[in-house]
Design a binder for this molecule. Structure first.
Ligand SMILES: Nc1ncnc2c1ncn2[C@@H]1O[C@H](COP(=O)(O)OP(=O)(O)OP(=O)(O)O)[C@@H](O)[C@H]1O
Length: 305
């Protein structure tokens, strides 16, 4: 379990993290979300003892990283896959980490196989693609068979095969009872793989909810209905749901289920040409939640922020 308590980190003039508190529970994959500069990497760096907090604490199973005798056995992390020594082979990179944590060569071979780098392990890292470096970083994180895994943007640079591989393993590691925290800007991946999300903006907590709760926050289920009698149906639903007219014969209904809309239309003898639930996405929910938290935004049509 990861416990972040009243964490504040100030770099000169920049308040990167400000009074942040949340827990990441074992047995779940938790997505750590937030716009660029929100403070995700800073929080992870403090967790891994790479940065000292200005105040507050980040504990892993009750311990601060700096005080862990054999940290690789408790927490495995992938932070910056670009920062690996380019002249070393993948295997040497893992062996060095293993040696300093009393981990055997057999375990090194095991994690190489687990991440699918058998063919590349003898090659120098400078020849690795970003996706291969990510796999190597994940292998290093797995070395000590830790109960907590912390990955910063693990899907970056991965090809489809890598994405699918990582997706299924993240779920597996959580099912084994591990605590899994991943930051990502890929909302579709987080929606697929995560149970919960912690959203931060400008260093502060914005949401700490399940993925379902986050999507439900959009205002309930949405139904799309096509009928030549859109006007009449809209009149019958007013007051029971929020209606958006998509076209002259099409409505979008928020707050009622397909069955409820269908039964109402049936009772009125209205013919429906189409009735379906609109798939709601984490991306929409995330965007509506973080519009005010975005610090860096490109110019958009109709003005820039
Ligand atoms: N070593 C540092 N020195 C000064 N400022 C820093 C340092 N590290 C981070 N910051 C600042 O702290 C803030 C939070 O940065 P951080 O990298 O934690 O955000 P993030 O949420 O990980 O962003 P991204 O999604 O872009 O990776 C930013 O304003 C950043 O410029």
């Amino acid at each position: 379990m990861i416990s972040v308590r009243e964490l504040t980190k100030v770099y000169g003039e920049v308040r990167a993290v400000s009074g942040l508190s949340f827990d990441v529970e074992p047995g779940t994959v938790t997505g750590f979300l937030g716009p660029n500069g929100a403070g995700k990497s800073t929080t992870m760096r403090v967790l891994l003892g790479l940065d000292r907090p200005t105040s507050g604490t980040v504990l892993v199973d009750g311990h601060s990283y700096a005080r862990m005798a054999a940290p690789l056995h408790l927490v495995g992390a992938l932070l910056d896959a670009a920062a690996m020594h380019p002249g070393r082979t993948g295997r040497a990179h893992l062996r060095i980490a293993a040696l300093t944590n009393g981990i055997s060569d057999a375990r090194v071979a095991e994690v190489i196989e687990q991440v699918g780098l058998e063919a590349a392990a003898g090659r120098r890292i400078k020849g690795y693609s970003l996706g291969m470096r990510q796999r190597l970083g994940i292998a290093a994180a797995l070395l000590g068979d830790p109960s907590v895994l912390v990955f910063d943007e693990p899907f970056n640079g991965m090809d489809l095969d890598g994405v699918r591989w990582l997706r299924s393993h993240l779920r597996e590691w959580a099912q084994e009872g591990r605590t899994v925290l991943i930051s990502s800007h890929l909302m579709s991946e987080i929606q697929t793989v995560a149970d919960r999300v912690v959203v931060i903006g400008r260093g502060q907590l914005v949401a700490d909810v399940t993925v379902d709760e986050m999507i439900r926050g959009l205002g309930g289920s949405r139904v799309r209905v096509r009928t030549p009698a859109a006007e009449v149906l809209a009149g019958a639903l007013v007051g029971k749901a929020v209606l958006t007219r998509v076209g002259p014969v099409e409505l979008e209904v928020t707050g009622l289920t397909c069955a409820e809309v269908g039964e109402r239309a049936g009772a009125l003898g209205i013919a429906l040409h189409h009735l379906s639930e609109v798939e709601q996405s984490l991306e929409e929910a995330y965007l509506s939640l973080t519009t005010d938290e975005v610090e860096f935004r490109g110019a958009t049509k109709g003005g820039s922020a």
